[in-house]
Design a binder for this molecule. Structure first.
Ligand code: UD1
Length: 359
């Protein structure tokens, strides 16, 4: 059997690493080829993740880099097609909802190569998000759909996707977190940054709806205000850095850093008093770790994190940042149960399905 994995961005590596590991173990004689599209390419956005996650060196680097949606997607398709023709995989495995995902699904399906989609069925019902378009296309054309939460079953059913294609396996991103737990618990990133565990707000913001317009400056101003009450640690995504133009620099209590490696980042989540984000994956990691998360968006494709009690949707409104300390003190201090099948074994269940389909 020949399996090809297509990854391109930070969260892709985290979601796919355990699946590559589980399938290499289950099918040791199969060909396992890894394609890195190069959508993320800075060392701190790519290489450091592959190293920390123990992902084998990619067999193919497409080096597509940044660009408009059309340019990035088209470049990925053009460069992936000859690789697929050369590798002739029996299955292409693609994670998530980024442009690399969209490009890989379209290229594979047009060559008659079956696709397996990791993290299927998430829906924000907000078609202005590029990820929503990517998810819908990926799910529509995938043969095997791997689901990480129960609402995905209903979302896919509503789109007429046959149930026999769907497999509720759990969250492979949480597999990675569980596998790294001893290492990130020992990483001590908070101490290195000079903040006290349990007392700081960890911030990540990178969605176009927030950072590509005036809302970013408003959010930074609110964070600078909040930093008077509670230290704020803000590892800044390159997209956000480009738009900030020095805003927030030198504000006491507001610590802007480069993007961080995964061990340091998980260490900072685990020790945070709370997290403010617009990321999808971080809503999940905070849920597993029982850390309060405030999501600066109008919607979430991960309502399971809100039901779990860790995640609060603030709306796409920087003014809401001022409410965080009060909301934190009003929270009940109850232990959080991770959602079903977020247990560190999701990739093994993916491997069961993929290996079973071969028999
Ligand atoms: C992409 C995904 C988003 C995901 C995020 C995770 C799409 C449409 N968006 O957003 O869903 O949540 O990755 O991080 O696929 N840049 C660098 N160095 C890099 C990568 C990017 O400087 O290594 C800068 C470039 O200026 C680039 C910008 O960041 O133009 C945006 O990168 P891109 O990959 O297009 O989108 P992300 O915002 O990272």
């Amino acid at each position: 059997m020949r399996i090809l994995y297509v990854v391109g961005t930070r969260p892709n590596f985290v979601k796919t690493a355990p699946v590559i590991g589980a399938l290499r173990e289950r099918l040791p004689d199969a060909r396992h080829a890894i394609v890195h599209t190069g959508q993320h390419y800075d060392r701190l956005m790519s290489e450091i993740f592959l190293e920390e996650l123990g992902v084998p060196a990619p067999d193919h680097m497409l080096e597509v880099g940044s660009g408009s949606h059309a340019a990035q997607t088209a470049r990925t398709m053009e460069r992936l097609e000859p690789v697929l023709l050369e590798e002739r995989p029996d299955l292409a495995i693609v994670p998530g909802d980024v442009n690399s995902t969209l490009a890989a699904v379209l290229t594979a399906v047009k060559l008659g190569i079956p696709v397996a989609h990791l993290e299927s069925g998430l829906r924000s019902f907000d078609m202005t998000m590029p990820e929503e378009v990517n998810r819908i296309v990926a799910d529509r054309f995938s043969e095997q759909l791997f689901l990480h939460s129960e609402e995905a079953i209903e979302n896919l059913r509503a789109e007429g996707i046959p149930e026999l294609r769907t497999h509720f396996v759990g969250n492979t991103m949480i597999d990675t977190l569980v596998a790294l737990e001893d290492r990130f618990r020992a990483a001590g990133a908070a101490a290195r940054l000079g903040v006290e565990p349990g007392a700081y707000l960890l911030v990540t913001l990178h969605r176009p709806a927030l950072v590509d317009g005036p809302l970013l400056a408003a959010a930074v101003a609110r964070l600078a205000e909040l930093a008077k009450e509670m230290p704020v640690v803000f590892p800044v995504h390159p997209r956000t850095r480009k738009m900030m133009e020095g805003a927030g620099d030198g504000v006491p209590g507001l610590l802007l850093t480069e993007p961080l490696g995964y061990l340091d980042f998980l260490s900072l989540i685990a020790d945070a008093g709370a997290v403010l984000t617009d990321s999808g994956g971080i809503q999940e990691e905070t849920t597993y770790l029982g850390v309060p998360c405030f999501t600066l968006r109008d919607n979430t494709e991960r309502p399971v994190t809100v039901r779990a009690g860790t995640n609060t949707l603030l709306g796409l409104d920087p003014a809401a940042i001022a409410e965080i300390p009060a909301m934190l003190s009003a929270r009940p201090d109850e232990p959080v149960q991770p959602p079903p099948l977020w247990d560190g074994h999701a990739a093994e269940r993916v491997a069961d399905v993929v290996a079973g389909a071969k028999d």
